[in-house]
Design a protein around this ligand. Structure first.
Ligand code: FES
Length: 109
């Protein structure tokens, strides 16, 4: 399956992925600036991505913990998610994922 990552400059990067992969690791393997500092513990929000509108509804809903963490992320949109919480399923083949403006860890500022 394929996942397309779109950066702020509009550049598109098509990544190969497998069912069951975590979106965070797929993005990192594709060279996207997703730090994933807490490695999926929902304690950092550096894995924040903005899911393409057409794809957002195909994802399982975010947990309350994920929503809380997203509240702290920069450049949050209605379709924002933590990529460490998204496991790829077959119907996400072709999904478009946007990289937010500030994807580094802001908590130290
Ligand atoms: Fe830290 Fe996703 S990797 S919240």
């Amino acid at each position: 399956m394929k996942i397309t990552f779109i950066k702020q400059d509009g550049s598109r990067n098509e990544a190969d992925a497998n069912v069951g992969d975590r979106l965070l690791e797929v993005g990192q393997a594709a060279g996207m600036p997703l730090e994933g500092t807490c490695e999926g513990q929902m304690a950092c929000s550096t894995c924040h991505v903005i899911v393409g509108k057409d794809w957002f509804g195909k994802l399982p809903a975010a947990s309350e913990d994920e929503e809380d963490m997203l509240d702290l992320a920069a450049d949050v949109h209605a379709t924002s998610r933590l990529s460490c919480q998204i496991l790829l399923s077959e119907d996400l083949d072709g999904m478009e994922v946007y990289i937010p403006r500030e994807s580094h860890n802001m908590q130290d500022d």
